[in-house]
Design a protein around this ligand. Structure first.
Ligand SMILES: CC(=O)NCCS(=O)(=O)O
Length: 349
């Protein structure tokens, strides 16, 4: 038990879990994704370097990581504020903002957005993937990393008094690097001390989620309070998905709104459509996992914002929920996915 027990920690302080309402469990409001820039095909260099405008939007949707400007979500705080107000009007209550060290977390901006919009915002502690780790992080012991993560939750992060309410997204690559293994162990140790929620970004391989869970388990982590993100681009075979589901984490489908033919980070992957994502949710519900599913859009590039012709933070509430209902997922089950499951996950033990 800690002073946080039974509460949820937002960037404006502690709140009662019942106050959260509909929750997107994996979004970004300000960040940079420059670490994952993917050079354009030689013939696409001109369009990739041109200013973002209407006639480029289809190309951008297909190649979001090949345009440097598109990776700078931190430049769009005014547009994000407008979109959060729309999210609130659409019935949204809370956003988990998963930006961690390495991709330009900005806690003062998150606090201001929460004040301006009345949306509860929960910030993430810890570290993104290995390519963003500093030399200092690489050299740190598990104990030192644990202390830093615990302090980000208990006292505030990045030299501010703004406290994180979740650990993650903790970034892992495939294969998982030594530095990432240390961060995972530190995450588990910090979770043991704090009784807090954890969220993981797995590497792009079907074996990655289970390998991460094993590392966390060995270090004493609480898998029942851990979200495995990005399953929509990671595990495709339904048998493998059920095997993974048995390990007990929350199962997150968080790329709603992303439709692209060629996924540059793993060309083996056929990125699902939103309809296919809903089919997978319906499958998991039928298999009895309605208490373990959470969903989001994981907006992390400019083209996903409505300002750039994207779907914005309200797409799930406006378009995906009706589709879920029309595909046999009941209103009670939708409410579990959007309200009850996030609430249980985010409440400190
Ligand atoms: C910010 C982030 O990590 N988004 C996930 C992008 S990925 O292509 O699904 O790995």
């Amino acid at each position: 038990m800690t002073a946080l027990s039974g509460k949820v920690q937002t960037v404006l302080g502690l709140v009662e879990p019942s106050q959260l309402g509909r929750t997107m469990t994996h979004e970004h409001l300000t960040m940079t994704f420059e670490c994952c820039y993917f050079p354009p095909a030689p013939g696409d260099k001109m369009i990739a370097e041109a200013p973002i405008e209407m006639k480029n939007l289809h190309w951008l949707r297909q190649n979001p990581y090949s345009c440097h400007e598109n990776l700078l979500l931190w430049q769009e705080t005014d547009a994000v504020r407008e979109e959060l107000l729309c999210y609130r009007r659409a019935g949204g209550g809370t956003i988990v903002e998963n930006t961690t060290t390495g991709i330009a977390r900005n806690l003062p901006v998150l606090r201001q957005l929460a004040k301006d919009t009345d949306v509860h915002i929960i910030a993430g502690a810890g570290y993104y993937v290995d390519v963003t780790h500093s030399e200092e992080t690489r050299k740190s012991t598990v104990e030192k990393l644990t202390d830093i993560i615990v302090s980000e939750v208990l006292h505030g992060a990045d030299g501010t008094d703004i406290r994180c309410g979740v650990i993650g997204e903790i970034g892992t690559s495939w294969p998982i690097t030594e530095s990432e293994r240390k961060v995972l162990r530190a995450t588990a140790h910090a979770q043991t001390q704090l009784g807090c929620p954890v969220i993981i970004h797995p590497g792009r391989n079907p074996a990655a989620p289970a390998e991460v869970v094993r590392i966390l388990q060995e270090a004493g982590g609480d898998i029942s309070k851990t979200v495995m993100s990005h399953l929509d681009r990671t595990i495709f075979d339904h048998g493998e998905l059920l095997e993974f589901a048995k390990m007990g984490s929350y199962l997150e489908y968080d790329l709603f709104g992303t439709e692209m033919l060629n996924y540059p980070y793993n060309m083996e992957v056929d990125m699902p459509s939103d309809s296919q994502r809903v089919q997978t949710l319906a499958f998991l519900v039928k298999e009895g996992y309605e208490d373990r599913i959470v969903i989001a859009h994981d907006i992390h590039t400019k083209n996903r914002l409505t300002k750039y012709g994207g779907h914005g933070y309200s797409h799930i509430l406006k378009n995906i929920v009706p589709k879920m209902l029309s595909r046999g997922i009941s209103q009670n089950q939708v409410d579990k996915i959007l309200i009850e499951n996030p609430k249980h996950w985010l409440t400190f033990k």
